[in-house]
Design a protein around this ligand. Sequence first.
Ligand code: SAM
Ligand code: SF4
Length: 337
Amino acid sequence: MKAAQSSDGILVDRYGRVARDLRVSLTDKCNLRCTYCMPAEGLPWLAGPELLTDDEIVRLVRVAVQRLGVTEVRFTGGEPLIRPGLVGIVAAVAALDPRPRISLTTNGIGLDRLAPALRAAGLDRVNVSLDTLDAARFTELTRRPRLDAVLAGMAGAAAAGLTPVKINSVLMRGVNDDEAPALLRFALAHGYELRFIEQMPLDAQHGWDRAAMVTADEILASLRREFDLRTDPAERGSAPAETWLVDGGPARVGVIASVTRPFCGDCDRTRLTADGQVRACLFATEESDLRGALRAGADDEDLADRWRRAMWGKRAGHGIDDPTFLQPARPMSAIGG
Ligand code: SAM
Ligand code: SF4
């Protein structure tokens, strides 16, 4: 049965899905150059005036939380830790009533220094991306020699109480696909929660190749050579990661199999880019411009209504397997992963 578009309240789409989880990209810039994300030379970055100001971001998050039923806010990018106003933005969002849960996805560089201030501002948790524990591989994969900084960032986050610290890992064939067990051993030893993400066609270079992608089945088979994995009895809900108990638990490992086991039917995400565009999906080819409306003087209810309309048009699925699939013009780093 199809739902009816709500004129007030929640962000519902025509398939009845309700978006409660907002991903906000704070910048499209980054201090790494992961090969599956951007080219070595970087990208044509958004110009300063195109970016939402700190106050504009907080206003749009307030509209989402107070008028649209959003309960989770995750800051991402690009690399969100390089946004100068980050701590103030987190503090302002944490002061909202009702208070959303607040998390951050980061490459971890500089997190050891920033974690206490972020925690004090109201950040609840972090996800730190780490694809390899080998320093030479890290440098090859991210094109920057910063493995030690990432490891220090994770430790700093845990010490500051930004827990559970979750690790996001992308495996690439012939690069780091032998490292799944080592990454899990590392996560278990430090009390971090590891989740593997299947590589998606969102790189700026459009170099994604399905045949080269390391699948969830391959990742699980590799882990099972060393660990006993049992289906996690916990309710998955709208979480993108399918999780397994490791060696009887309570430790878990997750796999986000966006490509081989899509979870679009349970998706509860809405996205705001650093230049103020609402995207109903990572893979959407349409966007809805809230920045223009906001700067033209729209009131909060007008902004909320534009957001509702944008989400109403969300497609049923990402369609990666459809022969007509078109990769979105914006790469992952400019959407907010
Ligand atoms: N810079 C931060 C970081 O790396 O965590 C936040 C932004 S990054 C785009 C968010 C997540 O997307 C990271 O975990 C990264 O590994 C993942 N990612 C980037 N490109 C991807 C791709 N093509 N397929 C799957 N995951 C990707
Ligand atoms: Fe930067 Fe994150 Fe993209 Fe790596 S995945 S280049 S850290 S935005």
